[in-house]
Design a protein around this ligand. Structure first.
Ligand code: TYD
Ligand code: MG
Length: 454
């Protein structure tokens, strides 16, 4: 007879406990434990049984005697996706794509499935076959090699996989799948862990790449425990504002490439379009010179991007001044304001300060500090900056402007877009750099203020 046991799982970190507890001792979250039935039936057979040689399993090998097959990658027609994956889809890899509802995860992967010249099986637990067909019609791509399956039972999915032998498998979404070997509901920790485990085994055994779509919780984490992120090879985050047209695909973890790459898309009526010249779309084309706008050359992964930053400084109407940053770290903004006040004497203490980064991007590159600081100064003084000047440099606590990495690449990008001047740290100019652009070296933030406002 099947023995069934209930276990309480923390829905945040995946920790388990025999009793219900209100406060997770592992991740310190409150009220995250949920009861799940774990059925351990002796007749349960895992859905995926690989055909790898049992003789080889469990035997160690000398590392020098292992043949390191060259990483096989399939290039997709989507250059942005290739970049984020580290140069294409790796055979046998398990890729998780997370994002808020409605951001375009299904669109992205269906589009990929339709464009690949491989046999792709797209499994949807959320939409019916005809709904997917309507979506494909909307995307306007026809492909004979793309198969659709509406299913949620992992046993049925593997039955179909064995018949069809797809070269790429897409699962939309991991939270809708369930395995009959476990009694808890789809989307629960134990189901997610079990189904991902079986898909992982399938990917590695059959050397087939598998894409999983994962939902995101309110606070921006992929629903399900961190365990899910540990199991997969690559985690991609699809983000952006649902009401804006730009979407950003970011790699958060990648066993086969850099984890700081970024792809930019535009959501159009007929699906997602790659934005291959992001710098051009991230800078607004206005003729009127407004104060508080500054342009910085930030590195996103291995790619330099010219990004517009905006600041608004105005006298605080209520007692405590407000500080708000969109796309920039608020603590870093507070530090910049303190430096500007203490080192340059700008009275920002009684001002509301709002900072915004264009295009829904998030600036993590410390080299963008100087761009933010100059936007703040421009708004404070109400003097517009020259639109042909850009700013690159990290600001330290004593107001010094520090050198940034990959300065040549940033200069090249700025030059390509027709900038005439770049304000950088003097330390970056120690070695001569050949450029048609004027490079103005500054040592500290006072020199920047002097350069801008005389
Ligand atoms: P979807 O891929 O269903 O999001 P997710 O799977 O992440 O929940 O995308 C949904 C949104 O995208 C929806 O609001 C409509 C919009 N959309 C377009 O604007 N153009 C299109 O061609 C498609 C297919 C969707
Ligand atoms: Mg979807």
């Amino acid at each position: 007879m099947a023995k069934s046991k209930t276990v309480y799982f923390c829905q945040n970190c995946g920790a388990s406990s025999a009793k219900w507890v209100g406060h997770c001792p592992v991740c310190k979250q409150w009220n995250t434990y949920v009861e799940e039935v774990v059925e351990s039936s002796p007749t349960a057979v895992p859905a995926w049984v690989g055909d790898s040689d049992p003789e080889v399993q469990g035997k160690s090998q000398r590392i020098s005697s292992i043949q390191a097959g060259k990483e096989q990658r399939t290039k997709t027609p989507d250059e942005e996706l290739n970049r984020v994956l580290g140069g294409g889809i790796v055979q046998g890899s398990l890729v998780l794509i997370g994002g808020e509802p409605g951001i375009g995860k299904s669109t992205l992967l269906l589009q990929m499935a339709l464009k690949l010249d491989r046999r792709v099986l797209y499994v949807s637990g959320e939409e019916s076959e005809s709904q997917l067909k309507m979506r494909a019609d909307r995307l306007g791509i026809a492909n004979e090699a793309c198969y659709i399956l509406a299913a949620t039972d992992i046993q049925n999915i593997f039955k179909e996989v064995k018949k069809l032998k797809p070269q790429v498998l897409v699962i939309d979404s991991i939270q809708t799948l369930f395995s009959r070997t476990i009694e808890s509901t789809p989307g629960s920790i134990s189901q997610i862990r079990e189904c991902t485990g079986q898909l992982l085994r399938f990917a590695k055994d059959s050397n087939t790449p598998v894409f999983l779509i994962g939902h995101i919780t309110k606070d921006g984490h992929i629903a399900g425990p961190k365990v899910l992120e540990h199991m997969v090879d690559t985690v991609l985050q699809f983000e952006g504002d649902r009401h804006h047209i730009y979407r950003i695909l970011r790699s958060v973890k990648n066993r086969f490439g850099s984890s700081s790459e970024l792809g930019i898309y535009e959501m159009a009526g007929e699906g997602l379009r790659e934005v291959s010249n992001p710098s051009e779309v991230l800078i607004s084309e206005t003729d009127d010179n407004l104060s508080g706008i500054s342009i910085t050359a930030a590195m996103e992964g291995a790619r330099p991007l010219m990004i517009e930053t905006q600041a608004l400084v105005s006298s605080a109407v209520y007692g405590t001044p407000q500080r708000n940053a969109n796309g920039y770290d608020l603590r870093r903004l507070n530090m910049l304001l303190a430096v500007l006040e203490k080192r340059c004497g700008f009275k920002l203490g009684m001002q509301d300060v709002f900072v915004n980064v264009a295009g829904g991007l998030r600036l993590d590159d410390p080299g963008s500090d100087l761009g933010i600081a100059s936007a703040i100064l421009s708004s404070y003084e109400n003097i517009p900056l020259n639109r042909k000047t850009c700013f690159v440099g990290e600001i330290g606590l004593s107001g010094e402007v520090r050198a940034v990495n990959r300065i040549e690449q940033r200069i090249a990008e700025a030059q390509k877009l027709g900038f005439e001047e770049m304000v950088v740290s003097k330390a970056n100019l120690k070695n001569p750099i050949s450029s048609n652009m004027k490079l103005s070296g500054v040592r500290n933030i006072m020199e920047v203020a002097e350069l801008l406002f005389g």
